[in-house]
Ligand binder design. Structure first.
Ligand code: G6P
Length: 372
């Protein structure tokens, strides 16, 4: 087992370090010489994909958060409404699904029973299903109309890390492909975005190399009993994923909120010393996202929160209001989740390790849940 861990302390640590490859490999072979996206393995009639009027992502756990991230990008690029739903909720609520619906089932294992049941239900209603799955030859792709494999390699640790980055990457490729097919974007825009996506592998590596500061912070917080996570836009699902990692690994009560929702309730949770992670959007992004989140940080800090901020290199504005800053390289807003989640993964792993817990095999959890 020690050899399989490649010299790392745990499978999780190894898999965090695999992430630059997971992103790069998932993009491999997806474009032709002219930069057009080619999805040869997607055996669904192009005319059907052009006519899709709604996308529903079904998934569980971390895969569902990847779906939430993808919603922002796919809607922005394709102008198709995207819903994201936990597979077990979708299945049992009489969802509106028909031949114009494209269901995207995201699953690392390809064996999650809840997701499989949602796939079967969607197909019975006449929808086409594309599986975004990491495990070759698993059940969900077999029962879907098409599959877009993530190439993260085998993921052993129960808490998902590299599969999450690969799922976002694959769903983005799908979004760009649909935009190309439907003529929503010019070919050079699609090629440029794809290049930026390819460049993320190197930037993920940079974040990993900065991991020691995150680990040291985590070690100093081994007695924390609740931790909050805030994010806005694509940073919101990242916040939820950061909270999930901490629950799964360190058994700490953790919750992710949309930063804008703070004033509608969660701010009441803030008292002296309360640790709050905040995912800060790029200051170069649009729509005042950055300034809105900076004011959220000011609000919680004024109420005593200890602010642990994930921010883009060079963001001097946010530094003033942060107790700790975990810096990530500059990236377009929609691609930032691939970087911002990494310090949160490392934090949860290091805090659990500091508590003496087994990060690869957390209590009560299974890698793949094959019962409903
Ligand atoms: C289990 C795992 C989670 C995972 C979820 C979905 O609950 O513990 O880490 O996110 O299943 O798994 P899947 O294989 O469908 O992505």
């Amino acid at each position: 087992a020690a050899a399989e861990k490649g010299g790392f302390e745990s499978f999780m640590d190894k898999e965090i370090h695999d992430q630059p490859h997971a992103v790069a490999d998932t993009l491999l072979g997806r474009t032709d010489a002219s930069g057009r996206i080619v999805l040869d393995d997607l055996r669904i009639d192009e005319s059907l994909l052009r006519a899709v009027d709604k996308i529903i992502v079904v998934a569980c756990g971390t895969a569902a958060y990847a779906g939430h991230v993808a919603k922002y990008a796919i809607e922005h690029w394709c102008r198709i409404p995207v819903e994201v739903e936990l597979a077990h909720e979708f299945r049992y609520r009489d969802p509106i699904v028909d031949a114009g619906t494209l269901v995207v089932a995201i699953s690392q294992s390809g064996e999650t029973m809840d997701t499989l049941m949602a796939v079967r239900h969607a197909r019975e209603q006449g929808a086409k299903v594309i599986a975004v799955v990491n495990t070759n030859g698993s059940t969900i792709p077999r029962e879907s109309d098409a599959v877009l494999y993530t190439h993260a390699g085998p993921e052993i640790a129960v808490a998902s890390t590299k599969a999450f980055l690969a799922q976002i990457t694959a769903a983005y490729v799908l979004g760009l492909y649909l935009a190309q097919l439907r003529g929503n974007k010019f070919p050079d825009e699609i090629a440029a975005t794809f290049d930026e996506l390819r460049d993320m592998s190197r930037k993920v590596q940079t974040v990993i190399e900065r991991g020691e500061y995150v680990r040291a912070t985590a070690r100093s917080m081994a007695d924390a009993d609740k931790v909050l996570f805030l994010g806005r836009h694509v940073g919101y699902p990242v916040a939820m994923e950061g909270a999930l990692k901490l629950k799964e690994l360190a058994y700490i009560h953790a919750e992710g909120f949309a930063a804008g929702e703070l004033k509608h309730g969660p701010i009441a949770l803030i008292d002296e010393g309360q640790p709050v992670f905040v995912v800060v959007p790029s200051p170069r992004g649009r729509d005042q996202l950055h300034s809105k989140v900076v004011s959220n940080i000011q609000e919680i800090r004024a109420r005593g929160a200890r602010t642990l901020v994930i921010a883009e290199d060079g963001d001097d504005e946010v530094r003033k209001y942060a107790d700790e800053v975990f810096w990530i390289p500059k990236a377009p807003t929609l691609l930032q989740p691939l970087l911002a989640v990494v310090p949160l993964q490392i934090f949860a792993m290091a805090l659990a390790t500091a508590k003496g817990l087994d990060v690869d095999q957390p209590r009560n959890l299974a890698k793949s849940v094959t019962v409903e």
